[in-house]
Design a protein around this ligand. Structure first.
Ligand SMILES: Nc1ncnc2c1ncn2[C@@H]1O[C@H](COP(=O)(O)OP(=O)(O)OP(=O)(O)O)[C@@H](O)[C@H]1O
Ligand SMILES: NC(=O)c1ccc[n+]([C@@H]2O[C@H](COP(=O)(O)O)[C@@H](O)[C@H]2O)c1
Ligand SMILES: [Zn+2]
Length: 290
């Protein structure tokens, strides 16, 4: 095997935004697939995964309270040593554009980095993460003013499925400037199926095409059709969801009787927050594919 200096790799944090209503094994697989992909390039090191369940103000039909969705996501990731759940987005009173969630997490890493570099000048560790498992690494000894702080902050990339990528083309759902900033400043990791439309979708959009180096398409060879919609459907019908979601999540759903015909009717007839917000905004993404 080639000798590689792990410090040369670009550090990446993966951020997944969605309803997670409820979280499934498929959602957890997205992170593993993306991590394998980045590590196989030899250029990146994935240091963290973040699940950010959307807030109740998103108003999607059948969306149960964020409180339960966050709890289930935390239960699902309790055995993961790198994926965590962040409830900042779901605690906001209003629905937030995904770009704002990306910015928030990037900013948070920046401030962690600054705090770290102020606290200890030597040795320099990238990010401000404690490297517990590798105490004997030979970090270069530098004075803090010799190393620009910003340079070592990891990139926060949006992790999604191809359905989310393709939703960029739905009129009034996304602002063009948001899509541009996501692919320009952060980057996108999209888990897709062989022979699907993700590549064609990128080809057909000038903006996505221009930034295609920052859009990583990861092929899912061991396909898996689990979706939250199907989980909720099975629950309404009294069917088993065992082995489709982590067992702790299944137990939590049963104990709290979370999904029912009534819960599926929540927000029925209500306009989805982004559509409500952007409908009157001429900058919305009707012009993605030009
Ligand atoms: N089968 C899948 N393959 C790839 N990505 C997926 C798959 N299912 C969900 N995702 C991705 O997971 C993220 C969170 O999605 P979401 O919470 O909507 O889950 P979902 O299972 O699609 O739920 P629903 O059925 O309610 O739409 C999104 O980026 C979505 O694209
Ligand atoms: N303009 C935007 O930023 C925008 C529009 C639509 C959905 N989203 C996000 O995408 C995710 C979609 O989740 P669902 O597939 O469960 O609807 C949510 O996190 C939502 O906030 C963002
Ligand atoms: Zn979905």
């Amino acid at each position: 095997m080639a000798m590689e200096d792990p410090d040369r790799k670009t550090e990446v944090v993966l951020l997944a935004c969605g309803s997670f209503n409820p979280i499934t094994n498929m959602h957890l697989r997205l992170f593993e697939l993306a991590k394998d992909y980045f590590h196989e390039t030899g250029k990146y090191k994935v240091i963290k995964g973040i699940i950010s369940p959307v807030g109740d103000a998103y108003k999607k039909k059948g969306l149960i309270s964020a409180n339960h969705r966050v709890t289930m996501a935390k239960l699902a990731t309790e055995n993961s040593d790198w994926v965590e759940v962040d409830d900042w987005e779901s605690c906001q009173n209003e629905w937030l554009e995904t770009l704002k969630v990306l910015r928030y997490h990037h900013q948070k890493l920046l401030s962690a980095d600054v705090t770290n570099s102020l606290q200890d000048a030597v040795p320099i560790t990238k990010l401000g993460r404690k490297r517990k498992q590798e105490p004997n690494r030979h970090e270069p000894i530098k004075k803090k003013n010799q190393s620009p702080v910003v340079k070592s902050v990891p990139q926060v990339k949006l992790l999604c499925g191809s359905d989310m990528l393709e939703s960029f083309g739905i009129p009034n759902l996304w602002k063009l400037e948001d899509i541009t900033e996501i692919v320009e400043k952060h980057g996108l990791v999209c888990i897709s199926r062989a022979g699907n439309n993700a590549q064609k979708f990128i080809y057909e959009s000038d903006i996505l095409w221009r930034h295609k180096n920052n859009i990583h398409l990861v092929e899912e060879w061991i396909t898996n059709d689990i979706s939250s919609t199907k989980i909720r459907r099975a629950l309404r019908r009294g069917q088993s969801i065992r082995y489709l979601v982590p067992d702790v999540v299944r137990a939590y759903i049963e104990k709290n009787r979370l999904y029912s015909p009534e819960s599926e009717d929540r927000n029925a007839g209500v306009v989805l927050a982004p559509l409500q917000k952007h409908a009157s905004d001429p900058r919305s993404s009707q012009a993605l594919n030009n």
